[in-house]
Design a protein around this ligand. Structure first.
Ligand code: SF4
Length: 82
């Protein structure tokens, strides 16, 4: 299934970390001074991080994602695999 997630232009990123603070899924981290989407499948595609980036380094892209459900003792977790 294709769905919208964010992509980060590493050349433009200045590593301020504002996007990581804004991400509801806590899936953006600063690695070696640049923002990285650690788990692309966790991106909700809402894009709260886009308007906060001071250099416009974040945009949307479309990727194929396969989603499966993993059931543990008391929790059902949806896992997305790219
Ligand atoms: S808000 Fe923009 S410049 Fe700041 S870390 Fe995120 S992508 Fe990089």
């Amino acid at each position: 299934m294709k769905r919208k997630i964010i992509q980060i232009n590493k050349d433009a990123c200045v590593g301020c970390g504002v996007c990581a603070d804004t991400c509801h899924q806590s899936t953006i981290e600063i690695v070696d001074g640049k923002a990285v989407v650690m788990h692309e499948a966790a991106c909700d595609g809402i894009g709260n991080c886009l308007p906060v980036c001071p250099v416009g380094a974040i945009s949307f892209s479309e990727k194929d994602i396969i989603e499966d459900q993993v059931v543990t003792d008391d929790t059902t977790v949806t896992v997305s695999v790219l």
